[in-house]
Design a binder for this molecule. Structure first.
Ligand SMILES: [Zn+2]
Length: 390
């Protein structure tokens, strides 16, 4: 695979980003430059034996760094992984974290770095009011993030979503200093991602952009980034889905995933509110759940968003710019990427709809929905998505 100059770059928004094929090779030099002598490399079980991890460990060791591997990370990030990771971090006297993997590994890696010097339990730092001020800022270790999926955009975020298994809910843990110091967006670490994960994570990124664009409030910076993110994904995702080795499409997807997460500081909405509830109750894949839910939530929000669909239609390449045109495009695009039409197809029934609605209404994402939504309305949208009623 040759390096393509046109997709290689250095960015500083919102953190330092090394972009392009082969940039992972710069990791030892980056650690050295930042003064990290003993990073803890955090990844998930599925990646730990792959060459991208074993080669990276060898490369860091060869550079004289006291690196250790922590890979006790599951598909959805849980508190157990964070506390085990903090123990490994302290035991190995580490000075930094390399969070390397999909959204779960990034969130757990960031949470380990954050919790490495704290004395209070992680739930005390839930993203409510100024709870983050409870943290000892000097006890937060620095993070270098290397995403291997183009989805959550956690590499540019100041929070981790950690499941509270006792309460069956997803908790956002926030601190401004959880933002990774540096990010490597190397498309070569995403080429092995299978098509169905490429589609689900890529649509998650699209929905970050879409919900952020539709969220109420004055934030033209976020809106501009969101529209450009949708433009990139509309073109690049079907290419990456069909040909995982297309480095340009993979780079565009990594960029767009970061853009989605930058833009959603404006807010998310009903798709994420329901998906967080469904994910916590049924352990479904976050991106896939969102991808199924999108058209049902769009339909519910139609009156509030239909006047604003022209830029979205243009971004995804449509001639016709109506709400219906965008909705039809979403349905067709989703189908083309192998996404099921209903939640029932991923084994989610509607018998606990009221519970889903209640949980979703309490999710912070619900506040970004373009129209206020209550538990009963969210339960109805969920029922529609289970049964395929647009
Ligand atoms: Zn998401």
């Amino acid at each position: 695979m040759s390096s393509t100059p046109s997709i290689t770059a250095n960015w500083g928004i919102p953190n330092r980003m090394l972009v392009g094929p082969g940039r992972l090779q710069e990791l030892p030099a980056l650690c050295e430059e930042l003064g990290y002598r003993a990073p803890l490399l955090v990844t998930d079980k599925g990646l730990k034996d792959l060459p991208m991890i074993t080669d990276t460990l060898a490369m860091l060791k060869k550079a004289g760094l006291g690196v250790d591997l922590f890979s006790d990370v599951a598909g959805n990030p849980v508190e157990r992984s964070v506390s085990a990771g903090v123990e490994a971090y302290r035991g190995g006297q580490h000075d930094s974290v390399i969070a390397f993997g999909g959204g779960s590994a990034l969130d757990v890696g960031k949470a380990i770095a954050f919790m490495s010097g704290q004395t209070r339990p992680i739930w005390d730092f839930e993203d409510i009011g100024d709870y983050w001020k409870r943290a000892d800022a000097n006890g937060i270790a620095p993070v270098i993030a290397v995403p291997t999926t183009a989805g959550t955009g956690s590499e540019v975020g100041r929070a981790s979503v950690i499941s509270n298994e006792e309460e069956h809910r997803k908790v956002i843990v926030f601190h401004p200093r959880m933002l990774p110091v540096a990010v490597i967006l190397d498309p070569e670490v995403t080429v092995a991602l299978p098509p169905h994960i490429t589609a689900a994570t890529g649509l998650d990124a699209f929905i970050h952009c879409f919900e952020a664009y539709c969220a109420p409030g004055f934030h033209p910076i976020a809106e501009g980034i969101a529209l450009q993110g949708m433009r990139l994904i509309a073109k690049a995702l079907p290419v990456a889905y069909k040909n995982g080795a297309d480095l340009e499409a993979r780079t565009h997807m990594l960029a767009a995933a970061s853009m989605g997460a930058i833009s959603f500081q404006k807010g998310l909405g009903g798709v994420h509110a329901i998906a967080h509830a469904v994910g916590a109750m049924y352990n479904t894949h976050h991106g896939l759940t969102n991808a199924i839910l999108l058209p049902y939530v769009m339909k519910h929000n139609q009156a509030a968003i239909e006047q604003r669909m022209t830029p979205v239609a243009q971004a995804v390449g449509l001639q016709e710019t109506s709400f219906d045109a965008v909705l039809s495009w979403v349905l067709e695009y989703r189908k083309q990427l192998g996404i099921p039409h209903t939640l029932r197809e991923i084994d989610v029934a509607d018998d606990r709809a009221d519970e889903v609605g209640k949980l979703a209404a309490g999710d912070p994402s619900a506040g970004g929905n373009p129209v206020p939504v209550n538990a009963a309305e969210l339960a109805q949208v969920f029922r529609n998505a289970v049964n395929g009623m647009i």
